[in-house]
Design a protein around this ligand. Sequence first.
Ligand SMILES: [Zn+2]
Length: 402
Amino acid sequence: MILKRTRTLFLTCLLAAWGSSLVGQTPGVADLLNAIRLDTLHSLLRQLTGEEAVMVNDNIATIHSRYFTEPGNELAFQFIKEKMEGYGWDVEVFPFGTGNGKNLICRLPSSTGQAKEVMLGAHYDNMPPGADAPGADDNATGCSALLEVARVLANEDFPFSMTLAFWDEEELGLIGSTQYANYLLANDLALAAYLNLDMLGWDGNGDNQVEVQLRPEAMSAQLASKAVWADSIFDIGLEVVVKLPGVANSDHGPFWANGFTAISLSESYFTDFNPHYHSITDELVHINLPYFEKLTKLALAIFLEFGYEITGATPTVFMPEFQGKLQVFPNPASGISVVFFEGEMKGLNWRLVSGVSGQIALEGSTDLPTFNLDLTGLPAGVYHLICWNENAVMGHQKILKH
Ligand SMILES: [Zn+2]
């Protein structure tokens, strides 16, 4: 993460655990989550922070710092690349810039060659400058989570394409991810969703809170809804706090900037900031391993659940219709959902209509780009939210109350 002085105003949505009466678990996902191993994660953290030697190009070496000018940056890249190849993933080196900046883009070979792609990413470079920079939380955690996900998924086949991306030069201004997101847009390449992992191991106050950074780009609200949903249904034991609008100070930012669906998952930047951030004391000893394991499981669950949802592989999972720049979060929901638009809306009228009876369940008007929809007293079922102003219907979305 890059620390910025300017603070974005944000709206915090604290979301209680959901019931699971209406939608069942996606088959197989729970087993894959159970395959995540804490000892593997711990070992990866030790290797990426220099506490344990690594084998790279058949030589024993130690990664003392992953700062972009340090030899450990290249070592970490090679270490990750060889790990991914060892797990059987196809790897592509994506060089950029005039220096030695390079991303590693890894794909799971699919027997069905699916087009819809979901990407999970983390940066491997770190701070501070100098020969001693363990960067345990920032961002050996994100890289270790990706490598453990890669191991768990290695022999699986999915109806969607899975990509794991390791970014370089995030700390210099999101350079690696910006280059890649720009490349996708310039070449008209589709990406269904990007899930970013940056700093997953600090829980100083022990509250098990995690943050999801969300902005109303493409289907990002649906991806954020998956975080809340997955934490509840797989009983992961975290508390998901969604920041809306979220901060764009990690590798999800360039994906938002290019109009892609994206969120970032992390520890609490706002209420429990890691005091070792960007210092040589960002060491493994300060990592809360059980908390880190839970975040890794949550990331994998979001990744898989969203993939299944967009491919329609699980007909029980609800996929809202989407029109215009209208988004609803969370959806499905049982209590309060936030409705928001990209841009300011003056004199907007809205109406929630029951999909069963056709009756108006709720209605109102607003001058603000966001408003709350309180579903608490309504019967479970499908509803249609319609928003219009004096000129036209501005958006329509299906909402599921459970
Ligand atoms: Zn970072």
